[in-house]
Design a protein around this ligand. Structure first.
Ligand SMILES: [Zn+2]
Length: 107
């Protein structure tokens, strides 16, 4: 019979004798919980990093390229993002805008 196996059995019997079965079961349960929770935690961290990356993505309104940068100007064409945001043909205040509708007769 293998000597290391005998020593392992003796050690496990001693642990059971001193701590009882509950200790072993709780230990195994904790290990299982850790094995289940660590992938979930990693997935959550990956999601958060992807979301933070997405918020850093910028689309140039002049040339249409997407890039990850904190700069205010486009890397390719050099146009300023803030200037492009300020130039808008439509107003954001809908209350002050009037829409003219011509009445039509429906036969
Ligand atoms: Zn550009």
């Amino acid at each position: 019979m293998n000597k290391s196996l005998v020593t392992y059995i003796i050690i496990s019997f001693l642990i059971i004798f001193f701590f009882g079965f509950n200790f072993l079961f709780s230990l195994l349960g904790n290990i299982l919980i850790l094995l289940f929770l660590t992938p979930i935690l990693l997935i959550v961290i990956a999601f958060l990093t992807i979301n933070s990356f997405k918020s850093k993505f910028k689309v140039c309104t002049n040339c249409g390229t997407t890039m990850i940068s904190d700069n205010d100007s486009c890397l390719y064409c050099g146009s300023n993002f803030n200037e492009n945001d300020n130039i808008k043909n439509y107003s954001e205040d809908a209350g002050n805008e009037t829409i003219e509708i011509e009445a039509e007769e429906i036969n």
